[in-house]
Design a protein around this ligand. Structure first.
Ligand code: ADP
Length: 606
């Protein structure tokens, strides 16, 4: 499509109208003398409506506009990892190093911006194909050691296939050809339109968890690899900390972090903090397997929309190489607000709370780009993109549109609760308001313990029972409850304090692998069931609560993961002895109810 030129006819903040006959929807255009980057978002009548991704202050009617004839694209190739981009993929660190301060004046004119991927760096391309081989789109042509943490696979791009006519091993720049396939040169650098999902072989069922090492998540509300999760929470409830915990500890190969800051300096903090984070897998920098995309609130709102699409396109690109990618978006509310602002400028009919009617569709399209897939390519490699979106509902009111539409499409809800955060219960994920729609029990039962799912159900049921009982206590006081129900309260409290709470800042506890989670839960459940048995046999609750080993439950979080199974077994046996001894000797049933291995069925309390 031939590029078109025209003139600005109207400027309304980030929205500009221009006479551009023949331009296509979503074409990239350069606006004004400064060649500000924008995208055509509406056609019709004489003028095309353009959403400009840079500050339009000073732009005047009559200035020239030129279309590129192409959609907004991301540059893909080695050099993405460790980079920090803005919404339209300009490399902020390169810009800062070149003397500019990208935050003081975040947007320089497009012509002056460096390319997303450095053209001054050589990468060692190691081919895995030979001349004469026949390859198709998505086949691996060779590899590049992009960072110590990740081997980049250079793929035949979609649409390219045929006989390999030439391969060039050795040091090359991203824009130098590494092969010739079916008459076409192939580069390490590829481009892809960000609004279009990248092609895949086929979709896979979401039946494997993205293990996060966070107890409340893995045990109670797991997210599948290739699944979606949403984290709504009021200010200060831990969204940002949670996203960072997941970036560090989730068992993903690549992290894409899209930050839309609440305040300008908040994102600057992230940009300073992230490079300091270490990768627990390797001890090296987490940035070695992370791509950061940043929009501070002092950048134009429209760029937030571009950042979300750029982020998910980069995530898909690593998925296509056969990697598990986790994309964190913090916070999608800022993106929603950008849509609202642009929609208002367009004078569209507002929907709920002023958001455009297409807010729901946009959120759904974004979350739908998650998935576990068989990649394009003959080797049938598998990859996944898991999307975790934070939402910042004003006033922590979850009935607002961005939260509601996110809930409709996300498979997991981690509901952050203001009162939990205020009580310093972290992560402040509320157990009775959160859920996971993924059925991952089979995986946990197979990989961790055959009765994992049963322990999970027990914990959820007990927490629910505790909540009911707490309601009664509020009305009537604790003395109104019989000993068995007071025992439920004690166990509920133990579950909350000794199991669900997990500090992101405690080196020994920040990561808790599933086997340790299971060990801890098993001890809590066993202690509960042994207590109930002893009560049934006539023991006194106060007496049982004084069992000398019970306080050790609070210290389980500090067990080294590799010792957890052994220590859980040892503690169980000790507790058994102590609790059984406290039942009267002549009682008919002093057995601890076989609760140790949980084979006693799915009994619920109360
Ligand atoms: P938000 O992004 O929702 O405004 P933050 O992520 O900045 O909230 O969290 C606010 C504070 O809550 C943090 O500075 C930290 O002190 C505490 N916090 C949040 N999550 C955790 C956690 N998992 N472990 C320990 N402290 C946490």
């Amino acid at each position: 499509m031939a590029p078109v030129t025209g003139r600005v006819v109207r400027v309304a903040g980030p929205v500009v109208a221009a006479g551009l006959a023949g331009v296509r929807l979503y074409d990239v255009v350069w606006v004004g003398e400064a060649r500000l980057v924008g995208e055509v978002i509406r056609l019709g009548g004489e003028a095309a409506v353009i959403q400009v991704y840079e500050d339009t202050t000073g732009l005047r009617v009559g200035e020239p506009v030129a279309s590129s004839g192409e959609a907004l694209e991301a540059e893909l190739g080695p050099g993405l990892l460790g980079a920090i981009f803005d919404g339209i993929q300009r490399p902020l660190r390169t810009m800062a190093a070149a003397g500019g301060d990208p935050f003081a004046r975040p947007f320089v004119a497009h012509g002056a911006a460096p390319a997303p991927l450095g053209r001054d760096r050589d990468w060692e391309f190691q081919p895995v194909v030979r001349e004469g081989d026949v390859v198709g789109a998505g086949d691996v042509l060779g590899t590049v050691q992009e960072t110590p943490a990740l081997t980049h696979r250079v793929l035949a791009p979609p649409g390219v296939g045929g006989r390999v006519e030439e391969v060039r091993a050795g040091m090359r720049r991203v824009d130098q050809p590494v092969a010739r396939v079916g008459g076409r040169p192939v580069y390490m650098l590829q481009r892809w339109p960000v609004r279009v999902p990248r092609p895949i072989g086929r979709r896979l069922a979401a039946d494997t968890p993205l293990v996060t090492g966070q107890r409340v998540i893995d045990t109670l509300f797991p997210v599948a690899r290739g699944g979606t999760a949403t984290i709504p929470g009021g200010f200060g409830t831990g969204k940002t900390v949670q996203e960072q915990v997941l970036a560090r500890w989730a068992d993903a190969d690549v992290i894409v972090y899209v930050g839309c800051g609440e305040r300008g300096n908040e994102l600057t903090e992230i940009l300073e903090e992230f490079p300091r984070l270490t990768d627990p897998r390797s001890g090296a920098a987490l940035l070695d397997r992370t791509v950061l995309i940043a929009n501070t609130s002092n950048m134009p709102v429209a760029a937030r929309e571009a950042s979300v699409y750029t982020g998910v396109t980069i995530a898909e690109y690593y998925r296509d190489q056969g990697y598990d990618v986790a994309l964190m978006a913090d916070s999608t509310s800022r993106w929603g607000e950008a849509l609202r602002e642009v929609s208002a400028r367009l004078e569209e009919m507002p929907g709920e709370e002023g958001y455009p009617a297409y807010l729901a569709a946009r959120l759904a399209e974004f979350y739908e780009r998650a998935g576990a897939v068989v990649c394009l390519g003959a080797d049938e490699r598998r990859g996944s993109v898991t999307i975790i979106g934070a939402v910042s509902p004003p006033g922590a009111d979850f009935s607002e549109p961005v939260t509601q539409h996110s809930l409709r499409v996300a498979g997991t809800l981690w509901a952050l609760d203001t009162s939990l955060a205020r009580a310093r219960h972290f992560p402040a994920i509320h157990w009775s308001r959160s859920y996971s729609l993924y059925d991952l029990a089979e995986w946990f039962d197979r990989e961790v313990a055959p009765d994992w799912a049963q322990h999970r159900r027990w914990a959820l049921a007990l927490l629910q029972r505790e909540e009911e009982l707490l309601g009664i206590v509020q009305l009537l006081g604790p003395d109104a409850l019989p000993p068995a129900e007071r025992a439920v309260l004690a166990t509920g409290r133990r579950l909350r304090e000794d199991f669900l709470q997990q500090s992101a800042f405690d080196d020994l506890d920040a990561w808790c692998p599933p086997a340790k989670q299971y060990g801890m839960l098993r001890v809590i459940r066993h202690a509960h069931e042994a207590t109930m048995s002893a009560l049934g046999a006539g023991a006194d609750l106060a007496d049982l609560s004084a069992a000398p080993s019970l306080p050790e439950l609070a210290a389980m979080r500090r067990w080294p993961p590799e010792e957890a199974a052994g220590r859980a077994r040892e503690l169980l046996e000790r507790l058994d002895g102590e609790l059984a001894r406290r039942a009267p000797a002549d009682a008919p049933n002093v057995e601890a109810g076989g609760a140790g291995d949980g084979n006693g069925g799915d009994e619920r309390d109360g």
